[in-house]
Design a binder for this molecule. Structure first.
Ligand code: CP
Ligand code: NVA
Length: 300
């Protein structure tokens, strides 16, 4: 059987996402006792920092009977210039799956092309599909699903925004993004979604995106690797803070989501992230359950 990767939300169909979430739900409820990763190892390559991704994958692999190896790209030969294609072929001889977090998305594609085992995208500059899966699962838990729902994205058109666009394309909900000029999401991904009939719109006005939304989403203004641009970005994103005033425009049942880490007082105010509409801790927890389901499907 051909190996299967998870590099993008669009690698799964709508039905596959539904059954993945059914499995994740059983895992979350403690109704799943199998150990599909017994005797198996997940290698986790990190070229960027991580709390949630690292811990949830490592604990998840362990809970499924397997183990995970944390490989900082600074410590392995990849960081000294060993080709990613060679790393892929060598790791494929030792382990049963690879999760990678890095900068350049093409490195992940190259790794997946040369690996004979499943590869999982744990965030690149282009996308963050594992996080958006957990966000969708959180929406399903809190709102009963995404059918007929409107999702707002406020802030940077970054890796998270790009994966939300793919999610809207695959699942068919409405997505409205509010991004300042020059900080729009990936053009090719947006155009592809539109061409596929997705209900995705971009505006520069946060109020337009949030109006009537059932889930309001944001993320940091300067992502990992953009630390030098933080000051310029703070100026460019003025007016894009998700605060209580903005949340009032959303549907009364709306939830607030943030992949974390968050910068209180920048992209979100403390009262919103700590408030009754916030689901950020469930969202973080759900990384574990959804990724366990993913590991069981890909590596089990
Ligand atoms: N949301 C998320 O991916 O968090 P980490 O950077 O801590 O892994
Ligand atoms: N957009 C953020 C997400 C962190 C989980 C970043 O890339 O740093």
């Amino acid at each position: 059987m051909a190996k299967r990767d998870f590099l993008a939300i669009a690698d799964f169909t709508r039905d596959e996402i539904r059954s993945l979430f059914d499995l994740a739900e059983r895992m979350k409820q403690g109704a799943y006792r199998e150990e599909p990763l017994a005797g198996k190892t997940l290698a986790m390559i990190f070229a960027k920092s991580s709390t949630r991704t690292r811990v949830s994958f490592e604990v998840g692999a362990y809970q499924l009977g397997g183990q995970a190896l944390f490989l900082s790209s600074r410590d392995i030969q990849l960081g000294r210039g060993e080709p990613i294609a060679d790393t892929a072929r060598v790791l494929s001889r030792y382990v049963d799956g690879i999760m990678i977090r890095t900068f350049d998305h093409t490195e992940v594609l190259e790794l997946a092309r040369h690996a004979t085992i499943p590869v999982i995208n744990g965030l690149t500059d282009l996308s963050h599909p594992c996080q958006v899966l957990a966000d969708l699962f959180t929406m399903r838990e809190a709102l009963g699903g995404w059918e007929g729902k409107r999702v707002a994205w406020v802030g940077d058109g970054n890796n998270m925004a790009n994966s939300w666009i793919e999610a809207a394309q695959v699942l068919g909900f409405e997505l409205r993004l509010a991004c300042p000029e020059g900080f729009e999401p990936n053009r090719a991904m947006f155009d592809r979604a539109k061409a596929a009939g997705a209900c995705v719109e971009i505006t520069e006005v946060p109020e337009e995106a949030v109006e009537g939304a059932h889930a309001v989403n944001t993320d940091v203004w300067a992502s990992m690797g953009q630390e030098q641009e933080a000051e310029v970005r703070r100026r460019a994103f003025k007016g894009y803070t998700v605060d209580a005033e903005l949340m009032k425009l959303a549907d009364p049942t709306a939830i607030f989501l943030h992949c974390l880490p968050a910068h209180r007082g920048e992209e979100v105010t403390a009262d919103v992230i700590e408030g009754p509409q916030s689901r950020v801790w469930d969202e973080a927890e759900n990384r574990l359950h959804v990724q366990k389901a993913l590991l069981a499907v890909l590596m089990g």
